[in-house]
Design a protein around this ligand. Structure first.
Ligand code: ADP
Ligand code: MG
Length: 258
C-alpha cells in the first residue's frame, strides 16, 4: 500500500501587492505517495515555486489544507513549521545556495549544526558520508569556487540529504547547468529515488521532466494535467550513451538544436 507523503487540498495563495491581488495558486489538490519521483512543470509565473514553497513549509497558503507525512501543517506556528521542515525536508535550489569560502564538507555539515533535535552527534562523519553518497568523497575540502556547477549542485544535494529527509524538494535544480551536467544531476536524483527517497522536482524543461515517473502541469495557479510516465528515461543510460558517442536521441541534442 502506498503512503501519502503529501496531501494538499484546496490550496490557494494570494499575494497582496498594495491595491492589487496576485492569485498565484487558485485551488490545488495533490497527493504524493512515498517513493514517487514527480516533476512539476509549467511556464514562468504559473505558480510552481509558490507551490514548492508551500509544500516545503517555507510559505503559508491563504486557504486549503496540507498534511505532510501524517502531520497537519496548516495552522502550525512558524517555530513548529521550522522544526517540521528540518526533520522532514531537504531543499535543492537552482543557484546551489552554498556558502562561499567554505569547504564542501562544512557546507554539508551546516544543517546538522543548526538542528535543534539533538539527533546528530558525529556531524563531520555524517557530512562526509553524504558527500560520498553523491560521488564527491574526493572533494571534501574544496570551496564552491573550486568546483564545477554540477559538483556544486551535488554538494547542495548532499546538504539536503544529510538530515535524512523524507522528501527532497528541488526547484529548477538544473536551471544553471549545461545539458550533460543536467542529466548527471538527474541520474543522481533517480539513484536517490531508487534508494527510497521521495523527490519532487520543479522544471520548465520537458527534457528534464522525462526522467520523472509522474508529471504534473501547472498553469495559472492550477494543475491542468497529472499523468504517470509509463517508461521514464534512465539518466544513467543516457549518460552512458553520450559518453560512448552513440547517436542517441539525447535530450541535450534536441535542446541545443532548438
Ligand atoms: P513560477 O515559479 O512558476 O515561475 P511563481 O510561483 O514564482 O511562478 O509565481 C506565480 C505568480 O505569483 C506570479 O504571477 C508571480 O509574479 C507571483 N508571485 C510570486 N511570488 C510573489 C510574491 N512574493 N509577491 C507577489 N507576487 C508573487
Ligand atoms: Mg519558479
Amino acid at each position: 500500500m502506498s503512503t501519502p507523503v503529501i496531501e494538499i487540498s484546496g490550496v490557494k495563495k494570494i499575494y497582496r501587492m498594495g491595491e492589487t491581488e496576485v492569485f498565484a495558486l487558485r485551488g490545488v489538490d495533490l497527493t504524493v505517495n512515498a517513493g514517487e519521483l514527480l516533476a512539476v512543470m509549467g511556464s514562468s509565473g504559473s505558480g510552481k515555486s509558490t507551490l514548492m514553497n508551500i509544500l516545503g513549509c517555507l510559505d503559508i497558503p491563504t486557504a486549503g489544507s496540507y498534511v505532510l507525512d501524517g502531520t497537519r501543517v496548516d495552522g502550525m506556528s512558524r517555530n513548529d513549521l521550522a522544526d517540521l521542515r528540518n526533520r522532514k525536508l531537504g531543499f535543492v535550489f537552482q543557484g546551489f545556495n552554498l556558502l562561499p569560502r567554505t569547504s564542501a564538507v562544512e557546507n554539508v555539515e551546516l544543517p546538522l549544526l543548526y538542528d535543534r533535535t539533538g539527533r546528530f552527534t558525529d556531524t563531520r562523519a555524517l557530512a562526509v558520508a553524504a558527500l560520498e553518497r553523491v560521488g564527491l568523497g574526493a572533494r571534501l575540502d574544496h570551496q564552491p569556487s573550486e568546483l564545477s556547477g554540477g559538483q556544486q549542485q551535488r554538494v547542495a544535494i548532499a546538504r539536503a540529504l544529510v538530515t535524512q529527509p523524507t522528501l527532497l524538494l528541488a526547484d529548477e535544480p538544473t536551471g544553471n547547468l549545461d545539458s550533460k551536467t543536467s542529466i548527471e544531476v538527474m541520474a543522481l536524483f533517480q539513484a536517490l529515488n531508487a534508494q527510497g527517497i521521495t523527490v519532487i522536482i520543479v522544471t520548465h524543461e520537458p527534457d528534464i521532466a522525462q526522467y520523472a515517473h509522474r508529471v504534473i502541469d501547472v498553469r495559472d495557479g492550477r494543475i491542468m494535467r497529472d499523468h504517470a510516465v509509463a517508461a521514464p528515461r534512465s539518466a544513467a543510460d543516457d549518460l552512458q550513451a553520450l559518453d560512448a558517442g552513440a547517436d542517441v536521441p539525447a535530450p541535450d541534442a534536441t535542446r541545443e538544436a532548438a
